[in-house]
Design a protein around this ligand. Structure first.
Ligand SMILES: Nc1nc2[nH]cnc2c(=O)[nH]1
Length: 381
C-alpha cells in the first residue's frame, strides 16, 4: 500500500519540481478528506452506540448511585480494540531502507517516553471523558476544549493563526455550543446537586488532557518520529498506526488496572444481565463501540500528522451537529428535535470547515508559487 506524505519539510520541498509537488499535494488533500471522513464516521457511530448502550442500561431511571458507574469499562473500550490496526500497520509500505537511519539508544528512549506519556494522558482523558459525559455541564465545557487546544497549539506547536483559522474557531465554538447531540447517559437536570469542586475538576480535566494530548502528539510526530528518522525524514501513514497502537496499548494497560483496582469488574456481570436486549447485544454494543473508537482515533491522529492538533479538534467538534441530526433520526428522545438552533449549528460547522480549508488551500498555493518562482530564478541564472 502506498504511503502518504504530509507537507514537505522546507528543505525537501525546494528539491522538488512543481509537477511532483502538485501530485504530492493532491495525495495530501485526498488523505485529509479521508481522515476527516473517519472522524465524522467514528464520532457518529460512537454516539449512536453510546446512546443505545445507555438506553438499554436504563441509566436515566437509575438512582444517583449507579448513575456515575461503569466509567473504567467505557475508558477501556475507548482504547482496547487497537489490535485490529496491527495488520494495517504491516500492510502499509515501509520506507526505503536506505533512508532509514540506524536508531541510537537515545532515539528509542525518546520514542518510548513519548508513547508512555501519551498513553497515560489518553487513559486519563478517556476515564474522565466517560465520567464527565454523565454530568449535565459537559456540553458547555466541551467548547473550552477548543480554546485550550488553540492556546496549547500557539505555545507548544508555535502555530501561526491567520484570520481564516480564527473565523473557523469562532464558528466551531458556536456550532458545538448549539449543536451538541442528545445523550441518554446524562441525568435529569433536577437530579443533579449543585456542583462541588470535585465535579468541576471532573469536567475540566478531560478537556485539558485531551487538548494537551493533541498538541503533544503533533510535537511527537514532528520532533521525535521525524527527527529520529525511523521512517527517513518523511511523514508517513505508518507513523499514525504505530502511534495509535502503542499509545492505546499503554492506555489499555492503565484502564485495565483501573477496572480491577476499583472493583468495577465485579459489576460487569450485573450490567450485562440488566441490559434490556440481553447479554448478546450488551457484548455486541461494546465490541461495536470499541471498533468505532479506533476508526475515530485513526482519523484524528491522521489529521494531527497531516495538518495540526488544532485542525483535528476543529473537525472533531464540527461533527457534533451532524451527530445530533443522526441521534434525532435514530432515537425517539423527548424534546430532542433538529430545530433552528441545531440547523444554525450545522451551518456554523460548514462555514468553520470551509474557512479552515480555505486557509489550507492558500498555504498550499503559496508553496507552489514559491517553487515556481525559484525555478524561474534558477533558469534565468
Ligand atoms: N476529553 C475528551 N475526550 C474525548 N474522547 C473522545 N472525544 C473526546 C473529547 O472531545 N474530549
Amino acid at each position: 500500500m502506498e504511503e502518504f506524505q504530509g507537507p514537505e519539510p522546507r528543505g525537501q520541498m525546494m528539491s522538488e519540481n512543481p509537477r511532483s509537488l502538485e501530485l504530492n499535494q493532491r495525495k495530501w488533500w485526498i488523505s485529509v478528506f479521508f481522515c476527516g471522513f473517519l472522524i465524522f464516521a467514528g464520532d457518529s457511530l460512537v454516539m449512536l452506540l453510546l446512546n443505545f448502550f445507555y438506553v438499554q442500561d436504563n441509566r436515566s431511571e437509575s438512582n444517583q448511585d449507579r448513575q456515575y458507574k461503569g466509567t473504567w469499562t467505557q475508558a477501556l473500550i475507548q482504547n482496547a480494540a487497537f489490535p485490529i490496526l496491527i495488520p494495517f500497520f504491516f500492510k502499509f509500505s515501509s520506507p526505503n531502507p536506505e533512508t532509514v537511519s540506524n536508531q541510537t539508544n537515545n532515539g528509542w528512549f525518546r520514542v518510548l517516553s513519548l508513547y508512555v506519556s501519551l498513553g497515560v494522558l489518553v487513559s486519563v482523558y478517556s476515564k474522565l471523558y466517560a465520567l464527565a459525559k454523565l454530568y449535565v455541564g459537559w456540553g458547555i465545557l466541551v467548547s473550552t476544549q477548543l480554546i485550550l487546544t488553540s492556546l496549547f497549539s500557539a505555545f507548544i506547536n508555535r502555530l501561526k493563526f491567520n484570520r481564516w483559522i480564527i473565523i473557523s474557531i469562532i464558528f466551531t465554538l458556536a456550532a458545538d455550543f448549539f449543536g451538541s447531540p442528545a445523550f441518554a447517559g446524562t441525568p435529569d437536570e433536577d437530579e443533579t446537586d449543585a456542583y462541588d469542586i470535585k465535579a468541576w475538576l471532573i469536567l475540566i480535566f478531560p478537556t485539558l488532557a485531551f487538548s494537551l494530548s493533541l498538541c503533544l502528539m503533533q510535537l511527537g510526530f514532528e520532533k521525535v518520529l521525524v527527527k529520529t528518522k525511523r521512517y527517513g525524514n518523511k511523514k508517513v501513514f505508518r507513523m499514525v498506526l504505530e502511534m495509535q497502537i502503542c499509545v492505546s496499548f499503554i492506555a489499555t494497560l492503565v484502564c485495565t488496572v483501573g477496572l480491577f483496582a476499583s472493583g468495577e469488574f465485579k459489576e460487569l456481570k450485573g450490567d450485562s444481565e440488566r441490559f434490556k436486549k440481553g447479554k448478546t447485544y450488551y457484548i455486541l454494543s461494546l465490541v461495536g463501540l470499541a471498533l468505532s473508537w479506533q476508526v475515530w482515533a485513526v482519523g484524528l491522529l491522521g489529521l494531527v500528522l497531516l495538518v495540526s492538533g488544532l485542525f483535528a479538534d476543529v473537525v472533531h467538534m464540527c461533527a457534533s451537529p451532524v451527530v445530533a441530526l443522526l441521534v434525532v433520526l435514530a432515537f425517539d428522545f423527548m424534546d430532542d428535535d433538529f430545530g433552528w438552533q441545531r440547523r444554525g449549528a450545522l451551518l456554523g460547522a460548514v462555514l468553520a470547515l470551509a474557512s479552515y480549508f480555505y486557509s489550507l488551500h492558500k498555504t498550499k498555493k503559496k508553496e507552489i508559487a514559491e517553487l515556481n518562482k525559484r525555478e524561474n530564478n534558477n533558469s534565468e541564472a
